[in-house]
Write a protein that binds this ligand. Sequence first.
Ligand code: AMP
Length: 296
Amino acid sequence: MKTVSKIEQVRRDLKKVREKGKRIGFVPTMGYFHEGHLSLIRRARKETDFVVSSIFVNPTQFGPREDYRRYPRNLSRDKKLAEDAGAELIFAPSVSEIYPPAYSTPLKRKRSLSLTGCTYVDVQGLGSILCGASRPGHFSGVATIVTKLFNIVQPDVAYFGQKDFQQAAIIKKMVEDLNMGVRIKVLPVVREEDGLAMSSRNTYLSGRERMDALVLYQSLQQARKMIKSNIRDSRRIKSRIKDLIKSKKSAKVDYIAIVDPENLGEVKKITRKVAVLLAVWIGKTRLIDNMLMGGK
Ligand code: AMP
């Protein structure tokens, strides 16, 4: 497996791969790999001929008071894990490789780059609700970096996790709206044994917080149970989840949403498959989780 940090090098290497008629599978990430990331690489390995994964903690998707600086990083460990999972090329660029001075005049605002005065991709509507409402500019940062990476790698298939449900919906919409010739695959949430969704941010949690964090999974299971027992009123389900979350000392609700899985529109009465989406603060760590339910 090769690790490359320069865009031109990736282009050269992948041109050769493409010339051999190989199909390229791509897994974009911010690194600090866990089984969630590795499940995407393994699937790409099964379904395509050459797997590229990018590792880039993208500053433009972090707000000025968010955890860009603190976000966990460990490239040498990631490389080993990615290789074992079947990746053939790791693209790990520097910030200046992706956002060179000529990209724009990115304003350095309180230690994070903002997307002002430059070219960026904004998936309107979908990008400003739910996580987009709590994290203004986040999804512009995501859509822009994914577009840049797609242009650099030019994959046949790109793999994303359902863990970031809204992100996956936004990427699918962007690819469709902008006629990007990439197939998007969304794979299931990978969880710890006790149900906590794997996340690089779980490393921030103290022992006590780690226990409280289970409330996200428990809430989703509770919602599923209620729907199975024929409770169809979203308000009632949300209110039950709110109480569950409130019962944990370190937990605070950011949002609880029951939405149409395709367009993320609010569903008041559950008559078909829905996605229950949660964002919860556990101490100073914001965690998200989701589950599909209610369908056949
Ligand atoms: P990240 O490094 O957090 O940006 O994640 C990179 C990719 O891995 C995204 O497509 C995520 O949705 C996916 N991912 C992260 N955590 C999980 C998980 N627990 N299960 C499945 N996919 C995940």
